[in-house]
Write a protein that binds this ligand. Structure first.
Ligand code: NDP
Ligand code: DXP
Ligand code: MN
Length: 396
């Protein structure tokens, strides 16, 4: 916590402040007013919540992506010295401000890539929740992070757990990582019944309270596939050294096996405030105010099992992408198709089991590509979305 030891508050920007990770980041900032200063907030459409957050934290600026929210937001904040921006590049332009130390990347989906990359290029510390940034463009983002000396600290609970296990270890000592998975909303539903499951069913996650898109990704286990790709880029490991275990209790947040046969795990109650706060204060640890205690003796048995590959085909598909079976742009195409598929499912236009089918078809139909720049990734994302929407119109 370099900023804090210098008696200076850490100045944070939150991309996606109105979402699940964003609001919990503000819980952390609220709990430690002497440590954190909220400098910038960015949201998609929810200008009312953004206005309330800005009233409370009085950042230097706020960004609302939805242009319809610009006027009411500006009017609501007119009595405060807060700049209000909207427009396609506004978030990316605001996070690079010299008054920002740390950027919490917590938008959902492809939308998070451009502002996160801008923050990386400005050498900011990144607290990374938006895993899609690495699924889509992990090679570019991590190369730029290295070039610009921008530390990327994971917020995603599994990667935070692995990051914590690796403190003090040599990379060459690592044999493999194992990402734990709850199994999602349908872990106790037989595979044959999945095509009848509704959006309301899929949104009942057994352990975590999160945004709608990631909650559906957990039900398909696409989330775990994304996390395997995220682990590849964060920890520089190949697919063979990244495993997945179903762990219904969501207490062990992931573990690492070392060359000598030792295992290290990070455990705790499912509460994202811990990994969010750890990413902000690393290498220091502070109490999580309002966090719940885990008592390993009272809590009972912890269990682990192999994922059912037939029931969760999205996981295998993501591992194919991880092995570059669809070219270097495979992650970008898979993410775009998945965003379209999940939105169509949430709107009741396709079945739960169609999500896999749609993503697979788009991966098969979009020609392999090797994007290198943000613009090339954006073009590939747009082509994959078009292909996904055409496939929905044609066959679902
Ligand atoms: N929630 C969790 O516990 C975890 C989440 N993550 C990851 O963190 C990220 C955020 O997840 P979560 O908080 O659950 O998602 P939510 O859906 O709760 O929040 C998403 C946020 O992104 C904003 N947003 C959406 N689209 C845009 C856009 N085009 N431009 C600007 N802002 C936009 C939303 O604004 P608005 O609502 O105003 O439209 C909202 O603030 C995801 O990548 C997810 O995979 C990772 C681990 C755990
Ligand atoms: C909290 C978090 O990190 C999520 O990404 C989590 O992984 C969801 O749970 P499962 O993927 O285990 O269902
Ligand atoms: Mn996770």
């Amino acid at each position: 916590m370099a900023d804090t030891t210098e008696n200076k508050r850490q100045r944070i920007a939150i991309l996606g402040s109105t979402g699940s990770i964003g609001t919990q980041t503000l819980d952390v900032a609220r709990a430690w007013p002497d440590l954190f200063e909220v400098e910038m907030l960015a949201a998609g459409r929810n200008w009312e919540l953004l206005a309330r957050q800005a009233e409370e934290f009085v950042p230097d600026c706020v960004v609302i992506a939805d242009q319809a929210g610009y006027r009411p937001l500006s009017e609501a904040l007119a009595h405060l010295p807060i700049k209000v921006y909207t427009g396609e590049d506004a978030a990316a332009m605001s996070v690079v401000s010299s008054s920002v130390d740390t950027v919490v990347s917590a938008m959902v989906g492809f939308a998070g890539l451009a502002p996160t990359l801008a923050a990386v290029r400005a050498g900011k510390k990144i607290a990374l929740a938006n895993k899609e940034t690495l699924v889509v463009a992990g090679e570019l983002v991590m190369a730029e992070a290295k070039r610009c000396r921008a530390p990327v600290i994971p917020v995603d609970s599994e990667h935070s757990a692995i990051f914590q296990c690796l403190v003090g270890e040599m990379p060459s000592s690592v044999k493999r990582l194992v990402l734990t998975a709850s199994g999602g909303a349908f872990r106790d539903v037989p595979a044959a019944e999945l095509d009848r499951m509704t959006a309301a069913d899929a949104l009942k996650h057994p352990c975590w309270d999160m945004g709608r898109k990631i909650t559906v990704d957990c039900a398909t286990m696409m989330n775990k596939g994304f996390e395997a790709i995220e682990a590849r880029w964060l920890f520089d490991l190949s697919a063979e050294r990244i495993g997945v275990a179903v762990h219904p209790q969501s207490i062990v947040h992931s573990f690492v096996e070392f060359a000598d046969g030792a295992f290290k795990a990070q455990m705790g109650m499912p509460d994202m405030r811990l990994p969010i706060q750890y990413a902000l204060t690393f290498p220091y640890r502070l109490p999580v105010r309002g966090g719940s205690d885990y008592d390993p003796v009272a809590a009972g048995a912890l269990t682990f099992a192999e994922p059912d590959a037939a029931k969760y085909p999205c996981l295998g598909l993501a591992y194919d992408v991880l092995r570059d079976a669809y070219g270097k742009g495979g992650g970008c195409v898979m993410n775009a198709a998945n965003e379209v598929a999940v939105a169509e499912f949430l709107d009741g236009r396709i079945r739960f089991t169609d999500i896999y089918e749609l993503v697979r078809r788009v991966l098969e139909s979009v020609p392999p590509a090797s994007p290198r720049t943000l613009e090339e990734y954006a073009a590939l994302d747009a082509a994959a979305r078009d292909a996904a929407r055409s496939a929905v119109r044609a066959s679902f």
